[in-house]
Design a protein around this ligand. Structure first.
Ligand SMILES: Nc1ncnc2c1ncn2[C@@H]1O[C@H](COP(=O)(O)OP(=O)(O)O)[C@@H](O)[C@H]1O
Ligand SMILES: [Mg+2]
Length: 250
């Protein structure tokens, strides 16, 4: 479903080159929920943006549903929903419903499809009461729900969430967690970045750990617990960082 093949990404910051990703390779199967773990600056956002066709790899390639992110970005954009932390992409002067209608139109949904989809999402997120209010006056949690609904408006097969619960209160975080469970039941493929170990261990089948641009571990979470003789993901994560890249050695 998603194949990340030897991806290196370098940014030029004035005269200095920053290598955000170094030869990262792993694949994600349909229906998998993958947690992307890493410290600030590890390369999580860069990797998600590369999968989302928003960045071109300096070396290597990424394919999504059989399409190459550089050669066929439009095919991929239809299949994926993306939500990047911090930027909700919502228009403050529009109501929640108008925002969702706007994004539905971009994806070519009909009026009827749009209405049904917005009603479903509003129900799922408990947004009915404020659907017709302007987003400008919304709390962070309310905004985040609308932003997540926006991400899902075209019913994408693959969903990428960049730190979806950072800065949210417990109630909003729980809404996100329930949503991931529901999307999993629907057979969606999800990659989300997080530094909240509890969240990753609760929701994910698989973890990918990146440290300074390198993939230090990728694999099934239960197998990882077994091989490490511990279920303390925080401890495992820290010890992987200390040991460095054991992924290709194993
Ligand atoms: N547009 C950019 N220009 C220059 N450097 C960047 C750019 N985007 C990211 N970087 C650098 O790449 C590295 C990885 O960043 P990022 O992917 O945002 O990490 P994370 O999301 O894990 O915190 C960091 O050193 C960051 O400063
Ligand atoms: Mg980031």
């Amino acid at each position: 479903m998603i194949e990340i093949n030897e991806v290196t990404k370098k940014f030029q910051d004035k005269k200095v080159f920053v290598t955000a990703l170094k030869h990262v390779s792993f694949s994600v199967k349909k229906g998998q929920i993958v947690g992307l773990l890493g410290e600030n600056g590890a390369g999580k956002t860069t990797l998600l943006r590369t999968i989302a066709t928003l960045l071109t790899p300096t070396e290597g390639s990424v394919s999504v549903g059989g399409y190459d992110t550089v050669k066929n970005p439009d095919e991929i954009k239809r299949k994926i929903g993306v939500l990047f932390g911090g930027e909700t992409g919502l228009y403050d002067r529009l109501t929640a419903r108008e925002n969702l209608e706007y994004f539905a139109a971009l994806y070519g949904l009909s009026k009827h499809e749009t209405k049904v989809r917005i009603d479903d999402l509003a129900k799922m997120f408990g947004m009915k009461d404020y659907l017709n209010r302007k987003v400008g006056g919304f709390s962070k949690g309310m905004r985040q729900k609308v932003a997540i609904a926006r991400t899902l408006i075209h019913n994408p097969e693959i969903i990428l969430f960049d730190e979806p619960t950072t800065g949210l209160d417990i109630t909003s975080s729980n809404v996100f967690r329930q949503l991931v469970h529901q999307l999993k039941r629907e057979g969606k493929t999800i990659i989300f970045s997080s530094h909240i170990m509890e969240e990753v261990s609760m929701l994910c089948d698989t973890v990918a750990m990146i440290h300074k641009g390198e993939l230090v571990h990728h694999g099934n979470l239960e197998q990882l617990y077994k091989s490490e003789g511990s279920r303390d993901l925080n401890y495992i994560f820290m010890s992987k960082l200390v040991r460095g890249n054991d992924y290709y050695a194993s």
